[in-house]
Design a binder for this molecule. Structure first.
Ligand SMILES: Nc1nc2c(ncn2[C@@H]2O[C@H](COP(=O)(O)OP(=O)(O)O)[C@@H](O)[C@H]2O)c(=O)[nH]1
Ligand SMILES: [Mg+2]
Length: 288
């Protein structure tokens, strides 16, 4: 599903998240571990203000482990706790509850100091489309979907999902828009499947991806396509792959569209192994 974001939709999405903020103690900001910068909403800090947050680097199973550690350290420097998780397999779920408890410890200790037994932590998930919000909610929910809001006087049927005894999660996530005005971000969103390929030129996306592999994972690229060295230019690379894999038109001419489809498919199906498309060092000069 690809959502077309128009200014009106953005304003509505923002308003919905802002309204729900009042209901929760903590925000789970879900991003794609392969593109932790590009998969964040550009206005997230402004939208959630001072609400405590936990960044969840989802799809960690597909990301480069070394770079994931760099991202966790990067967020730590900003004073933000980040966890690598795999919602698909349910890995890291216990850590979410534990980290939330730690982040909110002072607040809940103050309640305890007054002799009141604290209620469960209330949380909500926010993230761009395809970050894995629904998958995570289903993982955390198991079968504990609790209906609330069916009491007379309670307006909308806001449902809370019980996550063990210690946490309640809002059943609908906040869906926010990505930073698509930046072309490079658009490429990264497309290659990770966050936006449809049809929104971009497939050959451009392939050029971008091959250049990325040349720079970041040259050995994997050479191995996959039997390259002794890296060609001078990207056209040579297309030609080499086309001949090697038989992506040809009549007369033996290389079909660049077929090469593009092949390369993109192989990247997405992890034929190059676990890939992360951006590192914190790429953004160190960025203004805060
Ligand atoms: N490999 C992997 N795939 C995931 C993970 N979480 C979600 N997905 C996949 O990502 C796609 C989008 O997930 P979905 O929950 O629908 O995203 P939403 O739009 O944020 O609700 C689906 O194909 C999921 O199966 C994960 O941790 N690892
Ligand atoms: Mg969803």
């Amino acid at each position: 599903m690809t959502i077309q974001w128009f200014p009106g939709h953005m304003a509505k999405a923002r308003r919905e998240v802002t309204e729900k903020l009042k209901l929760v103690d903590i925000i789970f900001e879900l991003v794609d571990c392969r593109i932790p910068y590009s998969s964040r909403n550009p206005m997230i800090d402004e939208i959630i203000q001072h609400k405590p947050r936990l960044v969840l680097l989802n799809k960690a199973d597909m990301a480069d482990k070394v770079v994931t550690r760099e991202w966790i350290a990067y967020f730590a420097v900003k004073g933000i706790k980040a966890l690598a998780i795999n919602s698909h397999a349910g890995e890291g779920m216990k850590n979410i509850v534990q980290a939330s408890n730690e982040i909110l410890k002072e607040k809940f200790d103050r309640v305890r100091a007054k002799g009141v037994k604290p209620r469960a932590i209330r949380a909500m998930i926010v993230g761009i489309p395809n970050a894995g919000k629904s998958t995570l909610i289903n993982r955390l929910a198991k079968k504990n979907i609790a209906k609330t809001g069916n009491t007379p006087g309670v307006t909308k049927s806001q449902q809370w999902i019980k996550v063990g005894k210690e946490m309640e999660l809002l059943d609908t996530p906040g869906i926010l828009w990505p930073k698509f005005e930046d072309q490079e971000v658009g490429m990264k969103l497309a290659i990770t499947g966050a936006i449809k390929d049809t929104l971009l030129n497939l050959q451009d996306l392939t050029v971008y991806s091959l250049r990325f592999l040349e720079r970041a994972y040259p050995d994997r690229l050479k191995e996959r396509y039997n390259l002794e060295g890296l060609p001078e230019n990207v056209v040579e690379m297309f030609d080499h792959i086309g001949v090697l894999r038989g992506c040809l038109m009549a007369g033996g001419i290389v079909d660049y569209d077929k090469v593009s489809e092949l390369v993109i498919r192989e990247i997405r199906s992890e034929k190059f192994g676990r890939l992360t498309f951006e590192r914190p060092a790429d953004f160190m000069i960025e203004k805060e």
